[in-house]
Every structure is written in C-alpha cells, then in structure tokens.
Design a protein around this ligand. Structure first.
Ligand SMILES: C[S@@+](CC[C@H](N)C(=O)[O-])C[C@H]1O[C@@H](n2cnc3c(N)ncnc32)[C@H](O)[C@@H]1O
Length: 331
C-alpha cells in the first residue's frame, strides 16, 4: 500500500479516519506489512503482502465466500495479459475513451487480476484504486506494483472503505455476481463525488434465455461446486467447441458478403467479439461463465431503474454485443 492512498480511505465500519501503524516491512514505495487503525471505532485492518485487507473472508456469508474462493482461484491461475484487453474494456465502458481518465481519481469495483486497473493507470489517471473481495488481489497487486498511480485493496463492494472523493467509478462483470446486484451498484455510486461519473456493465436477461435455461442450472448444481482445478479440465471441452466455432465458422462466414451471412448465426455479435482471442483467453472466458456460484441476468428495464435510483443525468444505456447492458452517467 502506498501511503498516499490513506487520503482516500475511510473506516468501512463507521466512516472514521484511518491511521497507519505497526509498519514492519516496506519496499521504499509500499507498506508491505502493517496495520490501519480507525481513530473513531478502534477497528483494525491488517496490511499484508502490500495490500490493505478490509474483508475477513472467514466472516463472509456462504454465497459471497464461495464466489470469492472461486474467482480467487480463477485469477491466480489465468494471469495472462492480452493486447485485446484495451479494446474489450473500451467496449464495456463506452462512451468513455482513454483521454477521459486524464488526472481523474478512479475506483474499480471488482478488479480481478487488475487488467483494467493497469490500463487506467497507463491512460493517465491521477490515482486508480482497484478493489476486489477475493485473492485475485494478489495477482492485481503484482500486476500494478510498479505503477506509481495504482492501488489495490481487498474489500467487499458492499462495504467500500473509500471516501466520497471519486471522479469516476466503474464495474465490469462484477455486479451480476453479487447476491444483490442493485445494492452493489448503489454502494459504488455512493463513492462518486457530485458531478463525477459512473459506468457499469452487466449480463443482460434478454437474448440469454438459453444460458439461464440450460447453462445456469448446470453451473449452480455442478460446475461452481466442483474444485476449480477439476473445472479447469472439464471446461476444455466447451472451450474447444467455442474455439473451433469462432475460428472455423464465425470468422470466415462474417467475411462473406459484407457480414450478411454471419449476421444470421446464433449469438453472432458476442462470438465475433471474442473470436480474435487465442485458446488461453477463450478458456478463461468459458471457465468464467461456469465458475460463479451466483450470476444474475439483468433485464434492461431493471438496469435503467438503477440509474434513476441514483438520479444520474446524461445517462447512456446501450445493448452491448446483443447480450449485455452497459451504462454510463453523471452522478
Ligand atoms: C468476472 S470477475 C471480473 C473481474 C474484472 N472486472 C475483469 O473484468 O477482469 C468478477 C470479480 O468480482 C469479484 N467480486 C465478487 N464479489 C465481490 C464483492 N462482494 N466485492 C468485491 N469484489 C467482488 C470477484 O472476486 C472477481 O474478481
């Protein structure tokens, strides 16, 4: 943890200010081992391996703990980087562009392995704070440790230890994995200062009936319950089908007659969006769809209501890849 991060932190229990103490290890840039103490309620939060820890995993509800365990494993295994992440990320947060980040204080709700925290830091944010509940923070910290404007925190998105000083908050692929997605959205929005901006990307209910009808029951009863290492092997078969379909059918047919043929293929927009990725990334995507104990598919009407609930203005809500919703607005 860089000491500068303290000015954005607050006690998640009472909102009091935090003080650093008991530092026993550092590397010149980061406090590696130490403690954050609340001056008001006397809560204490350890800093271990460079990361402030605000979530005691053993005290979480069973569903959140299972989600954190599975995603923690996922992002400690799938640590690869890919040049296509930037375009994919910009697709999820459109109409935001790299220039938008210049000199902003940015919060990422559910940073996973830190791939977007890295991009935001490189695009000129003043500070970017990536928050995740799971052990993915270990990968995210390693990936961002050398970036002077990047910070990683382990915390629950429902109880963010962050002051209302954020210029722009975003969450990509996280809210739909919470027990209550709307509550996560409200919590994230509550950290944005007046006039700041917010982005969220979630799975859509529309056009995903085949997933909720066929894949979700299998995910809930089987694939999210087996050990992730077993799922790693099991998921190679559906990955092979997706990989062969995208490379041998979708890409070639989308080149015929200006895309007139491809347009009629099942789930074409989404499969084309991931068709440029190699095996490892497609395996990550398939694994990601099978590993989560909780996944909600959000109807567009409900997503629109979220933005009305926070009284956001200049709201832009778009149907992305014909299977998901992305939203952006001023808070
Ligand atoms: C599908 S991953 C997406 C990660 C990242 N946004 C990305 O696109 O690479 C979902 C992430 O949400 C995190 N997560 C789940 N529940 C959370 C919670 N209650 N608070 C914070 N993060 C949470 C998981 O640990 C996981 O890293």
């Amino acid at each position: 943890m860089r000491q500068r991060l303290l000015q954005y932190l607050t006690c998640p229990a009472c909102g009091g200010s935090l003080e650093l103490s008991g530092v026993t290890a550092g590397d010149g840039s980061h406090v590696l081992e130490g403690e954050l103490n609340c001056g008001n309620c006397e809560a204490r939060f350890p800093i271990t391996r460079g990361i402030p820890r605000f979530a005691a995993l053993e005290k979480l509800d069973a569903d959140k703990a299972a989600t954190a365990a599975n995603f923690g494993w996922q992002w400690q295994h799938f640590t690869q980087e890919d040049q296509r992440y930037a375009d994919q990320f910009l697709g999820w947060i459109s109409p935001v562009t790299p220039e938008f980040f210049n000199e902003k204080i940015v919060l990422e709700g559910g940073c996973g392995k830190g791939r977007h925290t890295q991009l935001v830091a490189a695009w000129g944010a003043k500070e970017v704070i990536g928050v995740d509940l799971s052990a993915a923070v270990e990968t995210a910290f390693a990936a961002t440790r050398g970036l002077d404007n990047a910070h990683i925190i382990q915390a629950d998105i429902y109880h963010l230890p962050i002051q209302k000083k954020i210029d722009y908050a975003f969450s990509v692929g996280v809210l739909h994995h919470l027990p209550d997605a709307h509550r996560g959205f409200l919590s994230l929005a509550s950290k944005v200062k007046p006039g700041g901006h917010l982005s969220a990307w979630v799975y859509g209910a529309e056009a995903n009936e085949w997933i909720t009808g066929l894949v979700s029951p299998m995910r809930e009863r089987l694939t999210s319950r087996i050990h992730p290492r077993a799922l790693l092997h099991l998921s190679r078969l559906p990955t092979a089908l997706v990989y062969l379909a995208t490379k041998l059918i979708y890409r070639p047919l989308n080149r015929v007659a200006g895309g007139a043929v491809g347009r009629h293929l099942f789930y074409n927009d989404y499969l084309m969006a991931i068709s440029g990725f190699g095996w490892k990334e497609q395996h990550t995507i398939v694994f990601d769809h099978l590993v989560a104990p909780t996944a909600h598919y959000i109807p567009g009407r409900e997503f629109e209501q979220w933005w009305r609930d926070i009284e956001a203005t200049e709201v832009s809500i778009q149907w992305h890849n014909k299977n998901s919703w992305r939203g952006f607005g001023r808070v």
